[in-house]
Design a protein around this ligand. Sequence first.
Ligand code: GLN
Length: 537
Amino acid sequence: MTKYIFVTGGVSSSLGKGIIAASLAKLLQARGLRVAIQKFDPYINVDPGTLNPYEHGECYVTDDGAETDLDLGHYERFLNIPTSQANNVTTGRIYQTVINHEREGVYLGKTVQVIPHITNEIKRRMQALAVTGEYDIIITEIGGTVGDIESLPFMESIRQMKWELGNQNAIVIHLTLIPYLRSAKELKTKPTQHSVKDLLEIGIQPDILVCRTEMELNTELRRKLALFCNVTVNSVIEAKDVSTIYEVPIEMLREKLDLTVLDKLNLNTTQEPDLGLWRKFLDTLKNPKGEVRIGLVGKYVELQDAYKSIHEAFIHAGASNECKVIVESIHSEHLNGDNAAELLSHLDGVLVAPGFGGRGIEGKIDAIKYIREHKIPFFGICFGMQCAAIEFARNVLKLEGAHTVEVAPETSHPVIDIMEDQKGLTQKGGTMRLGAYDCQLEPDSIAREAYGKGLIQERHRHRYEFNNLYIEQFRKAGMNISGINPHRKLVEIIELANHPYYIGVQFHPELKSTVERPHPLFVSFVAAACKFRDAKN
Ligand code: GLN
Protein backbone atom coordinates (compact mmCIF):
# COMPACT_ATOMS: atom_id res chain seq x y z
CA MET A 1 0.00 0.00 0.00
CA THR A 2 1.26 3.46 -0.89
CA LYS A 3 1.95 5.76 2.04
CA TYR A 4 1.53 9.52 1.96
CA ILE A 5 3.59 12.35 3.36
CA PHE A 6 2.30 15.91 3.21
CA VAL A 7 4.63 18.85 3.61
CA THR A 8 3.05 22.09 4.76
CA GLY A 9 4.66 25.41 5.62
CA GLY A 10 4.13 27.82 8.48
CA VAL A 11 5.23 31.23 9.80
CA SER A 12 6.80 32.42 6.56
CA SER A 13 7.05 31.57 2.89
CA SER A 14 10.40 30.79 1.22
CA LEU A 15 11.51 28.39 3.95
CA GLY A 16 12.44 25.80 1.36
CA LYS A 17 9.62 23.25 1.51
CA GLY A 18 10.69 21.99 -1.91
CA ILE A 19 14.24 21.33 -0.75
CA ILE A 20 13.10 19.61 2.46
CA ALA A 21 10.63 17.45 0.52
CA ALA A 22 13.29 16.60 -2.08
CA SER A 23 15.90 15.85 0.62
CA LEU A 24 13.57 13.52 2.49
CA ALA A 25 12.66 11.83 -0.78
CA LYS A 26 16.36 11.39 -1.55
CA LEU A 27 16.99 9.70 1.81
CA LEU A 28 14.04 7.37 1.39
CA GLN A 29 15.09 6.60 -2.17
CA ALA A 30 18.64 5.92 -0.93
CA ARG A 31 17.12 3.35 1.43
CA GLY A 32 15.63 1.51 -1.50
CA LEU A 33 12.09 2.89 -1.39
CA ARG A 34 10.28 4.05 -4.51
CA VAL A 35 9.34 7.67 -3.92
CA ALA A 36 7.49 10.31 -5.94
CA ILE A 37 7.10 13.97 -5.06
CA GLN A 38 4.39 16.31 -6.25
CA LYS A 39 3.53 19.94 -5.72
CA PHE A 40 0.02 21.29 -5.14
CA ASP A 41 -0.22 25.04 -5.62
CA PRO A 42 -3.20 27.00 -4.31
CA TYR A 43 -3.20 29.70 -7.01
CA ILE A 44 -5.86 29.91 -9.69
CA ASN A 45 -3.68 29.82 -12.81
CA VAL A 46 -4.27 26.44 -14.43
CA ASP A 47 -0.48 26.06 -14.57
CA PRO A 48 2.45 28.44 -14.10
CA GLY A 49 3.03 28.62 -17.87
CA THR A 50 1.29 31.98 -18.16
CA LEU A 51 3.15 33.48 -15.19
CA ASN A 52 5.84 36.08 -15.61
CA PRO A 53 9.16 34.86 -14.07
CA TYR A 54 8.99 37.81 -11.64
CA GLU A 55 5.91 36.15 -10.09
CA HIS A 56 7.09 32.60 -9.42
CA GLY A 57 10.54 32.29 -10.94
CA GLU A 58 11.33 29.91 -13.75
CA CYS A 59 8.68 27.81 -15.43
CA TYR A 60 9.93 24.23 -15.37
CA VAL A 61 8.99 21.89 -18.21
CA THR A 62 8.63 18.12 -17.94
CA ASP A 63 9.25 15.45 -20.61
CA ASP A 64 5.51 15.15 -21.24
CA GLY A 65 5.24 18.88 -21.85
CA ALA A 66 3.75 20.16 -18.60
CA GLU A 67 4.63 23.74 -17.64
CA THR A 68 5.21 23.47 -13.91
CA ASP A 69 6.45 25.02 -10.71
CA LEU A 70 10.22 25.25 -10.33
CA ASP A 71 10.15 22.92 -7.32
CA LEU A 72 9.70 20.04 -9.77
CA GLY A 73 13.19 20.93 -10.97
CA HIS A 74 14.51 20.29 -7.46
CA TYR A 75 12.65 16.98 -7.32
CA GLU A 76 14.28 15.84 -10.55
CA ARG A 77 17.72 17.16 -9.65
CA PHE A 78 17.64 15.34 -6.29
CA LEU A 79 15.90 12.12 -7.27
CA ASN A 80 17.22 11.73 -10.79
CA ILE A 81 13.82 10.53 -12.04
CA PRO A 82 11.57 12.50 -14.39
CA THR A 83 8.36 14.16 -13.21
CA SER A 84 5.23 14.62 -15.31
CA GLN A 85 1.98 16.53 -15.68
CA ALA A 86 0.54 14.65 -12.69
CA ASN A 87 3.25 15.99 -10.36
CA ASN A 88 1.99 19.59 -10.34
CA VAL A 89 -1.59 20.54 -9.63
CA THR A 90 -3.07 23.98 -9.04
CA THR A 91 -6.39 25.22 -7.71
CA GLY A 92 -7.09 26.37 -11.26
CA ARG A 93 -6.71 22.87 -12.64
CA ILE A 94 -8.88 21.38 -9.89
CA TYR A 95 -11.67 23.87 -10.55
CA GLN A 96 -11.33 23.47 -14.31
CA THR A 97 -11.88 19.70 -13.93
CA VAL A 98 -14.82 20.10 -11.56
CA ILE A 99 -16.48 22.79 -13.67
CA ASN A 100 -16.04 20.68 -16.82
CA HIS A 101 -17.66 17.75 -15.00
CA GLU A 102 -20.51 19.98 -13.92
CA ARG A 103 -21.10 21.04 -17.54
CA GLU A 104 -21.04 17.39 -18.61
CA GLY A 105 -23.73 16.59 -16.04
CA VAL A 106 -21.47 14.27 -14.07
CA TYR A 107 -22.86 15.45 -10.72
CA LEU A 108 -26.45 14.46 -11.59
CA GLY A 109 -28.17 17.62 -10.46
CA LYS A 110 -26.32 18.02 -7.18
CA THR A 111 -25.18 21.42 -5.93
CA VAL A 112 -21.45 21.52 -6.68
CA GLN A 113 -19.51 22.63 -3.60
CA VAL A 114 -16.00 23.05 -2.24
CA ILE A 115 -16.71 20.14 0.08
CA PRO A 116 -17.05 17.45 -1.23
CA HIS A 117 -16.53 18.15 -4.95
CA ILE A 118 -13.39 20.24 -4.87
CA THR A 119 -11.84 18.29 -1.99
CA ASN A 120 -12.67 14.97 -3.68
CA GLU A 121 -10.92 16.11 -6.83
CA ILE A 122 -7.92 17.23 -4.76
CA LYS A 123 -7.81 13.86 -2.99
CA ARG A 124 -8.12 12.01 -6.29
CA ARG A 125 -5.12 13.88 -7.62
CA MET A 126 -3.15 13.42 -4.42
CA GLN A 127 -3.50 9.67 -4.99
CA ALA A 128 -3.24 9.67 -8.78
CA LEU A 129 0.41 8.59 -8.91
CA ALA A 130 -0.29 5.70 -6.55
CA VAL A 131 -2.61 4.09 -9.10
CA THR A 132 0.41 3.16 -11.22
CA GLY A 133 1.64 0.93 -8.39
CA GLU A 134 5.12 2.31 -8.97
CA TYR A 135 5.56 4.06 -5.65
CA ASP A 136 5.86 3.09 -2.00
CA ILE A 137 5.65 6.68 -0.83
CA ILE A 138 4.17 9.83 -2.32
CA ILE A 139 5.27 13.13 -0.90
CA THR A 140 2.95 16.06 -1.57
CA GLU A 141 4.21 19.56 -1.00
CA ILE A 142 1.50 22.17 -0.47
CA GLY A 143 2.45 25.62 -1.78
CA GLY A 144 1.88 28.70 0.36
CA THR A 145 1.64 28.98 4.12
CA VAL A 146 -0.88 27.53 6.58
CA GLY A 147 -3.57 30.11 7.25
CA ASP A 148 -3.81 31.30 3.64
CA ILE A 149 -7.46 31.43 2.59
CA GLU A 150 -6.72 29.77 -0.72
CA SER A 151 -5.00 26.73 0.78
CA LEU A 152 -7.97 25.73 2.97
CA PRO A 153 -9.46 23.13 0.57
CA PHE A 154 -6.04 21.47 0.32
CA MET A 155 -5.72 21.34 4.12
CA GLU A 156 -9.21 19.90 4.46
CA SER A 157 -8.29 17.23 1.90
CA ILE A 158 -5.20 16.30 3.92
CA ARG A 159 -7.32 16.09 7.08
CA GLN A 160 -9.72 13.74 5.32
CA MET A 161 -6.94 11.59 3.91
CA LYS A 162 -5.37 11.20 7.34
CA TRP A 163 -8.77 10.21 8.70
CA GLU A 164 -9.52 7.80 5.86
CA LEU A 165 -6.10 6.15 5.64
CA GLY A 166 -5.03 6.35 9.27
CA ASN A 167 -2.10 8.16 10.85
CA GLN A 168 0.30 5.34 10.06
CA ASN A 169 -0.40 5.72 6.32
CA ALA A 170 -0.55 9.49 5.97
CA ILE A 171 1.60 11.92 7.92
CA VAL A 172 2.10 15.67 7.92
CA ILE A 173 5.47 17.34 8.16
CA HIS A 174 5.19 21.00 9.03
CA LEU A 175 8.09 23.20 7.99
CA THR A 176 8.40 26.20 10.23
CA LEU A 177 10.74 29.00 11.24
CA ILE A 178 12.35 29.48 14.64
CA PRO A 179 13.50 33.10 14.48
CA TYR A 180 16.55 34.25 16.45
CA LEU A 181 16.06 37.60 18.15
CA ARG A 182 19.46 39.20 18.25
CA SER A 183 18.58 41.76 20.94
CA ALA A 184 17.22 39.05 23.28
CA LYS A 185 19.88 36.55 22.13
CA GLU A 186 17.12 33.96 21.97
CA LEU A 187 15.44 31.58 19.59
CA LYS A 188 11.66 32.04 19.66
CA THR A 189 9.11 29.21 19.45
CA LYS A 190 5.93 31.28 19.65
CA PRO A 191 5.38 31.77 15.88
CA THR A 192 5.64 27.99 15.45
CA GLN A 193 3.18 27.36 18.28
CA HIS A 194 0.72 29.71 16.57
CA SER A 195 1.20 28.15 13.19
CA VAL A 196 0.61 24.66 14.62
CA LYS A 197 -2.54 26.05 16.31
CA ASP A 198 -3.70 27.16 12.84
CA LEU A 199 -3.23 23.60 11.63
CA LEU A 200 -5.04 22.16 14.67
CA GLU A 201 -7.94 24.50 14.06
CA ILE A 202 -8.33 22.90 10.62
CA GLY A 203 -8.20 19.50 12.31
CA ILE A 204 -4.64 18.55 11.41
CA GLN A 205 -2.16 17.44 14.03
CA PRO A 206 1.29 17.64 12.41
CA ASP A 207 3.39 14.54 13.01
CA ILE A 208 6.82 16.10 12.53
CA LEU A 209 8.13 19.66 12.77
CA VAL A 210 11.08 20.65 10.62
CA CYS A 211 12.46 23.86 12.06
CA ARG A 212 14.45 26.29 9.94
CA THR A 213 16.88 28.09 12.20
CA GLU A 214 20.11 30.06 12.19
CA MET A 215 21.22 28.55 15.52
CA GLU A 216 21.30 25.08 16.99
CA LEU A 217 18.13 23.99 18.80
CA ASN A 218 19.07 22.76 22.28
CA THR A 219 17.29 19.94 24.11
CA GLU A 220 15.29 22.32 26.24
CA LEU A 221 13.93 24.14 23.22
CA ARG A 222 13.16 20.90 21.40
CA ARG A 223 11.21 19.69 24.46
CA LYS A 224 9.32 22.95 24.66
CA LEU A 225 8.35 22.80 20.97
CA ALA A 226 7.34 19.16 21.35
CA LEU A 227 5.20 19.84 24.41
CA PHE A 228 3.34 22.84 23.00
CA CYS A 229 2.92 21.45 19.51
CA ASN A 230 1.91 18.01 20.71
CA VAL A 231 4.62 15.97 18.97
CA THR A 232 7.31 13.61 20.27
CA VAL A 233 10.71 15.13 21.02
CA ASN A 234 12.42 13.19 18.22
CA SER A 235 9.82 14.62 15.82
CA VAL A 236 11.37 18.05 16.24
CA ILE A 237 13.90 18.24 13.44
CA GLU A 238 16.47 20.99 13.21
CA ALA A 239 17.12 22.43 9.74
CA LYS A 240 19.99 24.84 10.20
CA ASP A 241 21.09 27.16 7.40
CA VAL A 242 23.70 25.45 5.22
CA SER A 243 25.99 26.71 2.47
CA THR A 244 24.38 24.70 -0.34
CA ILE A 245 20.97 23.09 -0.81
CA TYR A 246 22.78 19.86 -1.70
CA GLU A 247 23.88 19.52 1.90
CA VAL A 248 20.32 19.39 3.19
CA PRO A 249 19.84 15.61 2.67
CA ILE A 250 22.98 14.99 4.74
CA GLU A 251 21.71 17.32 7.47
CA MET A 252 18.31 15.61 7.47
CA LEU A 253 20.07 12.26 7.73
CA ARG A 254 22.02 13.54 10.74
CA GLU A 255 18.72 14.65 12.32
CA LYS A 256 17.22 11.22 11.50
CA LEU A 257 14.26 12.71 9.64
CA ASP A 258 14.07 9.62 7.42
CA LEU A 259 14.06 7.21 10.40
CA THR A 260 11.40 9.23 12.21
CA VAL A 261 9.26 9.21 9.06
CA LEU A 262 9.69 5.45 8.56
CA ASP A 263 8.80 4.85 12.18
CA LYS A 264 5.61 6.93 11.93
CA LEU A 265 4.62 5.18 8.71
CA ASN A 266 5.25 1.76 10.23
CA LEU A 267 7.82 0.95 7.59
CA ASN A 268 10.99 -0.80 8.54
CA THR A 269 13.92 -0.94 6.23
CA THR A 270 17.11 -2.56 7.35
CA GLN A 271 18.87 -1.03 4.39
CA GLU A 272 21.26 1.82 5.18
CA PRO A 273 20.93 4.80 2.83
CA ASP A 274 23.29 4.58 -0.12
CA LEU A 275 24.44 8.15 -0.65
CA GLY A 276 27.82 7.36 -2.23
CA LEU A 277 27.38 9.36 -5.43
CA TRP A 278 25.74 12.22 -3.54
CA ARG A 279 28.58 12.51 -1.04
CA LYS A 280 31.15 12.33 -3.81
CA PHE A 281 29.42 15.20 -5.61
CA LEU A 282 29.23 17.22 -2.41
CA ASP A 283 32.89 16.64 -1.73
CA THR A 284 34.01 17.89 -5.17
CA LEU A 285 31.55 20.77 -4.92
CA LYS A 286 33.09 21.90 -1.65
CA ASN A 287 36.71 21.36 -2.66
CA PRO A 288 37.07 22.83 -6.15
CA LYS A 289 40.54 22.89 -7.69
CA GLY A 290 39.98 26.17 -9.52
CA GLU A 291 37.30 28.58 -10.63
CA VAL A 292 35.84 29.98 -13.85
CA ARG A 293 33.80 33.07 -14.32
CA ILE A 294 30.78 32.77 -16.58
CA GLY A 295 28.48 35.60 -17.62
CA LEU A 296 24.75 34.98 -17.67
CA VAL A 297 23.11 37.50 -19.98
CA GLY A 298 19.38 37.78 -19.42
CA LYS A 299 16.61 40.20 -18.68
CA TYR A 300 15.39 38.69 -15.41
CA VAL A 301 18.80 38.59 -13.72
CA GLU A 302 17.62 40.54 -10.65
CA LEU A 303 15.72 37.43 -9.67
CA GLN A 304 17.87 34.30 -9.12
CA ASP A 305 14.83 32.03 -9.37
CA ALA A 306 14.12 33.14 -12.94
CA TYR A 307 17.10 31.07 -14.15
CA LYS A 308 17.04 28.48 -11.36
CA SER A 309 17.78 25.41 -13.48
CA ILE A 310 20.63 27.18 -15.30
CA HIS A 311 22.29 28.09 -11.99
CA GLU A 312 21.89 24.51 -10.72
CA ALA A 313 23.17 23.01 -13.98
CA PHE A 314 26.32 25.13 -13.56
CA ILE A 315 26.76 23.76 -10.04
CA HIS A 316 26.52 20.18 -11.35
CA ALA A 317 28.83 20.87 -14.30
CA GLY A 318 31.30 22.73 -12.07
CA ALA A 319 31.60 19.76 -9.71
CA SER A 320 32.03 17.44 -12.65
CA ASN A 321 34.94 19.66 -13.86
CA GLU A 322 36.25 19.98 -10.29
CA CYS A 323 35.96 23.72 -10.49
CA LYS A 324 33.76 26.38 -9.00
CA VAL A 325 31.62 28.22 -11.52
CA ILE A 326 31.11 31.83 -10.58
CA VAL A 327 28.06 33.05 -12.44
CA GLU A 328 28.10 36.77 -13.08
CA SER A 329 24.67 38.06 -14.00
CA ILE A 330 24.56 40.72 -16.70
CA HIS A 331 21.38 42.58 -17.47
CA SER A 332 20.74 42.47 -21.22
CA GLU A 333 19.11 45.91 -21.08
CA HIS A 334 22.37 47.38 -19.76
CA LEU A 335 24.45 45.92 -22.59
CA ASN A 336 25.22 47.59 -25.90
CA GLY A 337 27.90 47.68 -28.59
CA ASP A 338 29.85 50.34 -26.68
CA ASN A 339 30.12 48.66 -23.29
CA ALA A 340 30.27 45.01 -24.39
CA ALA A 341 34.05 44.88 -23.95
CA GLU A 342 33.87 46.42 -20.50
CA LEU A 343 31.16 43.99 -19.35
CA LEU A 344 32.34 40.81 -21.08
CA SER A 345 36.09 40.83 -21.78
CA HIS A 346 37.10 39.42 -18.38
CA LEU A 347 34.79 36.40 -18.64
CA ASP A 348 35.80 32.81 -19.41
CA GLY A 349 32.46 32.03 -21.04
CA VAL A 350 29.05 33.59 -21.64
CA LEU A 351 25.60 32.01 -21.59
CA VAL A 352 22.78 33.93 -23.25
CA ALA A 353 19.53 33.04 -21.54
CA PRO A 354 16.07 32.03 -22.77
CA GLY A 355 13.43 34.73 -22.96
CA PHE A 356 10.38 36.20 -24.61
CA GLY A 357 9.68 39.53 -26.31
CA GLY A 358 11.74 42.50 -27.37
CA ARG A 359 12.95 43.92 -24.06
CA GLY A 360 16.72 43.51 -23.85
CA ILE A 361 17.05 41.62 -27.14
CA GLU A 362 19.49 44.10 -28.72
CA GLY A 363 21.76 43.76 -25.67
CA LYS A 364 21.82 40.00 -26.14
CA ILE A 365 22.65 40.40 -29.83
CA ASP A 366 25.46 42.91 -29.06
CA ALA A 367 26.86 40.52 -26.45
CA ILE A 368 26.92 37.64 -28.94
CA LYS A 369 28.66 39.80 -31.58
CA TYR A 370 31.40 40.62 -29.10
CA ILE A 371 31.74 36.98 -27.95
CA ARG A 372 31.84 35.66 -31.51
CA GLU A 373 34.43 38.19 -32.64
CA HIS A 374 36.58 37.82 -29.52
CA LYS A 375 36.28 34.07 -29.47
CA ILE A 376 34.97 33.74 -25.92
CA PRO A 377 33.16 30.41 -25.25
CA PHE A 378 29.45 30.88 -25.95
CA PHE A 379 26.35 28.92 -25.04
CA GLY A 380 22.94 30.18 -26.21
CA ILE A 381 19.74 28.62 -24.93
CA CYS A 382 16.41 28.94 -26.76
CA PHE A 383 15.98 32.71 -27.20
CA GLY A 384 19.76 32.89 -26.73
CA MET A 385 20.20 30.58 -29.73
CA GLN A 386 17.70 32.61 -31.74
CA CYS A 387 19.64 35.80 -30.93
CA ALA A 388 22.83 34.10 -32.14
CA ALA A 389 21.14 33.36 -35.47
CA ILE A 390 20.00 36.98 -35.76
CA GLU A 391 23.47 38.29 -34.91
CA PHE A 392 25.10 36.01 -37.49
CA ALA A 393 22.57 36.99 -40.16
CA ARG A 394 23.05 40.70 -39.54
CA ASN A 395 26.81 40.88 -39.08
CA VAL A 396 28.24 37.98 -41.08
CA LEU A 397 25.67 37.40 -43.82
CA LYS A 398 25.00 41.17 -43.96
CA LEU A 399 21.24 40.63 -44.03
CA GLU A 400 20.28 44.06 -42.85
CA GLY A 401 17.44 44.19 -40.35
CA ALA A 402 17.44 40.40 -39.85
CA HIS A 403 15.22 39.59 -36.89
CA THR A 404 12.76 37.25 -35.25
CA VAL A 405 9.15 37.80 -36.21
CA GLU A 406 8.35 37.59 -32.49
CA VAL A 407 9.82 41.10 -32.15
CA ALA A 408 9.69 42.45 -35.72
CA PRO A 409 6.76 40.85 -37.58
CA GLU A 410 7.53 42.86 -40.73
CA THR A 411 11.27 42.15 -40.92
CA SER A 412 12.67 41.66 -44.43
CA HIS A 413 14.87 38.80 -43.15
CA PRO A 414 12.87 36.61 -40.75
CA VAL A 415 15.71 34.25 -39.79
CA ILE A 416 13.58 33.24 -36.81
CA ASP A 417 10.01 32.59 -37.87
CA ILE A 418 6.83 31.46 -36.17
CA MET A 419 6.35 27.68 -36.27
CA GLU A 420 3.69 26.57 -38.72
CA ASP A 421 1.44 25.03 -36.05
CA GLN A 422 1.64 28.15 -33.90
CA LYS A 423 0.05 30.39 -36.52
CA GLY A 424 -3.44 31.55 -35.64
CA LEU A 425 -3.35 30.25 -32.06
CA THR A 426 -5.22 32.57 -29.70
CA GLN A 427 -5.00 30.64 -26.43
CA LYS A 428 -1.75 31.30 -24.59
CA GLY A 429 -1.71 28.61 -21.89
CA GLY A 430 -0.10 25.28 -22.78
CA THR A 431 0.08 25.98 -26.52
CA MET A 432 3.82 26.34 -27.14
CA ARG A 433 5.96 23.52 -28.49
CA LEU A 434 6.42 21.83 -25.13
CA GLY A 435 8.23 18.82 -23.76
CA ALA A 436 10.79 16.33 -25.01
CA TYR A 437 11.48 15.85 -28.71
CA ASP A 438 14.12 13.92 -30.64
CA CYS A 439 17.16 15.63 -32.04
CA GLN A 440 19.59 13.99 -34.46
CA LEU A 441 23.18 15.16 -34.05
CA GLU A 442 25.70 15.68 -36.86
CA PRO A 443 28.99 13.81 -36.64
CA ASP A 444 32.05 15.92 -35.83
CA SER A 445 30.14 18.50 -33.87
CA ILE A 446 30.51 19.91 -30.35
CA ALA A 447 27.13 18.44 -29.51
CA ARG A 448 27.88 14.95 -30.86
CA GLU A 449 31.12 14.86 -28.92
CA ALA A 450 29.52 16.13 -25.69
CA TYR A 451 26.60 13.71 -25.72
CA GLY A 452 28.62 10.75 -27.00
CA LYS A 453 25.66 9.57 -29.09
CA GLY A 454 23.74 10.55 -32.21
CA LEU A 455 20.12 10.72 -31.10
CA ILE A 456 19.08 12.73 -28.06
CA GLN A 457 15.83 13.92 -26.45
CA GLU A 458 15.60 17.38 -24.99
CA ARG A 459 12.80 19.54 -23.61
CA HIS A 460 11.32 22.53 -25.42
CA ARG A 461 9.25 25.61 -24.72
CA HIS A 462 8.97 27.94 -27.68
CA ARG A 463 6.76 29.28 -30.48
CA TYR A 464 9.43 30.40 -32.94
CA GLU A 465 12.05 28.47 -34.86
CA PHE A 466 15.06 28.85 -37.13
CA ASN A 467 13.80 29.61 -40.64
CA ASN A 468 14.99 26.73 -42.86
CA LEU A 469 15.10 29.01 -45.93
CA TYR A 470 18.35 30.39 -44.49
CA ILE A 471 20.07 27.06 -43.75
CA GLU A 472 22.27 27.04 -46.84
CA GLN A 473 23.42 30.64 -46.38
CA PHE A 474 24.31 29.94 -42.76
CA ARG A 475 26.16 26.74 -43.62
CA LYS A 476 28.19 28.35 -46.38
CA ALA A 477 29.32 31.10 -44.03
CA GLY A 478 30.56 28.60 -41.42
CA MET A 479 27.57 28.08 -39.15
CA ASN A 480 27.12 24.35 -38.69
CA ILE A 481 23.54 23.12 -38.27
CA SER A 482 24.49 20.28 -35.95
CA GLY A 483 21.16 19.17 -34.54
CA ILE A 484 17.88 18.63 -36.39
CA ASN A 485 14.52 17.27 -35.28
CA PRO A 486 14.25 14.22 -37.55
CA HIS A 487 10.45 14.33 -37.80
CA ARG A 488 9.81 18.00 -38.46
CA LYS A 489 13.22 19.09 -39.73
CA LEU A 490 13.38 21.89 -37.15
CA VAL A 491 16.84 23.28 -36.50
CA GLU A 492 17.71 22.41 -32.92
CA ILE A 493 21.41 23.27 -32.68
CA ILE A 494 23.74 25.73 -34.39
CA GLU A 495 27.51 25.78 -33.95
CA LEU A 496 30.46 27.78 -35.18
CA ALA A 497 33.49 25.69 -36.05
CA ASN A 498 36.06 28.46 -36.23
CA HIS A 499 35.70 29.27 -32.53
CA PRO A 500 36.84 27.73 -29.20
CA TYR A 501 33.24 26.88 -28.22
CA TYR A 502 30.14 28.36 -29.79
CA ILE A 503 26.83 26.54 -29.57
CA GLY A 504 23.19 27.61 -29.59
CA VAL A 505 20.39 25.19 -28.74
CA GLN A 506 16.66 25.62 -29.33
CA PHE A 507 15.84 23.34 -26.38
CA HIS A 508 16.42 23.72 -22.64
CA PRO A 509 19.29 21.44 -21.57
CA GLU A 510 19.31 22.98 -18.07
CA LEU A 511 16.04 21.18 -17.27
CA LYS A 512 17.65 17.76 -17.49
CA SER A 513 20.78 18.34 -15.43
CA THR A 514 20.81 16.42 -12.16
CA VAL A 515 23.36 15.87 -9.38
CA GLU A 516 24.01 12.33 -10.50
CA ARG A 517 23.76 13.12 -14.22
CA PRO A 518 25.20 16.58 -14.94
CA HIS A 519 24.15 17.79 -18.39
CA PRO A 520 26.74 16.98 -21.10
CA LEU A 521 26.46 20.42 -22.76
CA PHE A 522 26.95 22.27 -19.47
CA VAL A 523 29.86 19.97 -18.65
CA SER A 524 31.51 20.59 -22.04
CA PHE A 525 30.84 24.34 -21.87
CA VAL A 526 32.44 24.64 -18.42
CA ALA A 527 35.37 22.52 -19.64
CA ALA A 528 35.78 24.91 -22.60
CA ALA A 529 35.65 27.89 -20.24
CA CYS A 530 38.40 26.30 -18.08
CA LYS A 531 40.54 25.76 -21.17
CA PHE A 532 39.93 29.33 -22.31
CA ARG A 533 40.89 30.63 -18.85
CA ASP A 534 44.11 28.59 -18.88
CA ALA A 535 45.04 29.79 -22.36
CA LYS A 536 44.64 33.42 -21.22
CA ASN A 537 47.03 33.03 -18.29
N1 GLN B 1 10.57 33.55 -27.33
C1 GLN B 1 11.17 32.48 -28.03
C2 GLN B 1 10.15 31.54 -28.64
O1 GLN B 1 9.04 31.49 -28.22
C3 GLN B 1 12.14 31.71 -27.16
C4 GLN B 1 11.49 31.03 -25.98
C5 GLN B 1 12.44 30.63 -24.90
O2 GLN B 1 13.55 31.16 -24.80
N2 GLN B 1 12.02 29.74 -24.05
O3 GLN B 1 10.46 30.83 -29.57
